[in-house]
Design a protein around this ligand. Sequence first.
Ligand SMILES: Nc1ncnc2c1ncn2[C@@H]1O[C@H](COP(=O)(O)OP(=O)(O)OP(=O)(O)O)[C@@H](O)[C@H]1O
Length: 666
Amino acid sequence: MESAETPKSFLKPLTKIMKTETKKSKFLPTISEDKSTRSSTSNMSKLSTPAPKVHVKPMLRPRSKSASELQLIQQKPLTTRRIAALKLGQKRPALQEIDKGNKPKVPKVKIPDWDYKSRFQELQKEHTATLEENKLFKTQVSQLEEEIESLRNAKQYDPEKIEFLQKSEKNLQDSFMVVSNEKNSLIKEFANQKKEYQNLTDSYDNCQEKYNILLETEKNLKEKNRNLLDENSTLKAKLSNQESKFWLHTSFNTLEELTKECLQKISNTEKIPQEPALCNTLLENWCKDLENITLKLKRDLDKQDDPRRSLRNTIQDVTGNIRVFCRIRPPITSEENERQLCAMSFPNETSLEIRKARKSVNVLSGKLINLKQKFTFDKVFPPDVTQAEVFEELGQLVQSALDGYHVCVFAYGQPGSGKTYTMQGSSNDCGIIPRTIDLIFQKIDKLSTLDWNYSVTASFLELYNENIRDLLLPNSTHNYEVRYNEGHGITVTNLQIIPITSAEELKLLMEEAQKNRTVAATNSNEHSSRSHAITKIHLEGYNETSKVKYSGSIHLVDLAGSESARTTNAERLNETKNINTSLSALGNVMLALYNKHPHIPYRNSKLTFLLQSCLGGNSKTLMFVNVSPFEECFGESINSLRFASKIKEIKTVAKKNKTYAFQCYH
Ligand SMILES: Nc1ncnc2c1ncn2[C@@H]1O[C@H](COP(=O)(O)OP(=O)(O)OP(=O)(O)O)[C@@H](O)[C@H]1O
């Protein structure tokens, strides 16, 4: 009988589960305590055993109600929300509570005992209802099983999770402690830093104050230096005045003595013996006396000469062995109306203020700007200064070369800024090189009266695309290499060194060399020099009386114009690159001298290698920075002026190349 067995097999595991799960979880629904369920269970056990008398009537009603209750619950799906609610301990509604108060009141129909048919039908109905009820129970039980399973899972997961969370909490607490300790130490450190910052700010303010005082002192010292330089020039003028007076005084004394002697001799004329032989002897003695007097005078002058020379060179050492002169060229007639000029002013003879004529717009602020920039040099020559005025300042350097120093004069600037004009000059107004040649020979002439004998040699070369050319042998195929020879300094292999005896001879050679120089038209100059031209005049002096020997030289350098590669036309690009490379090497040498670097990179280019002996160290250098007056050259002009300003700061102390052939001054 399947209908009688089904509730039994179904109820057994259900009761078992309900017993265990009730113990396990307080969240479980109270189904095990459900009276109706209990009654139905007992009902079913009753149904499974055949009984002659079955009193099902009082039990049938609640059973059918319990089934409908369960149906109602069954209709509600077991959602995660419900599971969550169960987990939170919310009581699941008890089955008997659902329709509390709504129980339909079925009227009781009494079946007489003898009506077996009706009673059987009633029992059948009851059985069908029980089957129905079983089905519902089964479904609910599977749901409850699911529920229990999920709760069991939740139970299994929770302790681990809680343990994990507890551990995490512990870790977090530890980290929190570490962080709060760190925070405390950071707060302390911050307070210390703040104090330190305050101290630093205070000392910065002090330094700033001191710096301002130093600036003021520097300004005053510069002013004093300028005044001293002026005083120095006045003293120099006085010195040369005194020198001439000394000469005059000496000559006057000698003449006075001679006159006295002559007068004495004239008054003694009667005593002059009549015999020619005796007369000759007397005259010879007179001549000897005169010669002795002259010798004595020369020695006196020589004694004065050496301190005078060293005094002159000391004055130059004090004013700096690298000096920078700035020269602004005027616009030539053809340029006057075509090219806009920069605004320049010359507050004094050592400074220049320059700005653009037109205001320009600052890209960042959008404001119109036109700041004037001020530069200070050893001398500034405005456009109207003549070649003669420029050369006046060079006389001392020529004297230094004759006194055994290496002297270098070079002109630096962009193409068309007036370098060649300054160095060579024009046919009707000659520049530094021809004037130097004239002065050298004038001085040699003067010095010969003091027994100085000078030998002069000259060489002319150009450095074009890093290759050396002899400007007196332009078509030569010789290989010209720069060498350093101990005792001779820097030399160039195969270069012609011409002995010179007169200024005219040297000037002719200079003109020839100038003709052979590589020139080309550039954007800035129609006859632009595309090479560095170096004229070297070597001077060897020897004093017969003192046996002193001096060996000096003058390098006169007309540099190729520095030009930005952007503004150069394509065919001249390689030339421009080489020019710029050697000029930047020159800049680096000057910078290394400026920074007193232990290694001066003379060998980085042929130009600096060639000029090694006259840049820094044992030399006196004069740099001309030539500046174009035009607005379109403003950027390049500022670059040149900045470069020259740096060079102005370099201070070196030169040594003269003096040797004694014999012991002098007996
Ligand atoms: N002080 C000056 N007075 C009159 N004219 C000058 C002066 N300086 C330069 N000039 C003229 O300006 C022009 C350019 O000068 P110069 O050739 O000397 O420039 P540069 O710097 O040697 O150029 P590059 O580097 O291209 O050889 C020439 O015509 C020159 O005569």
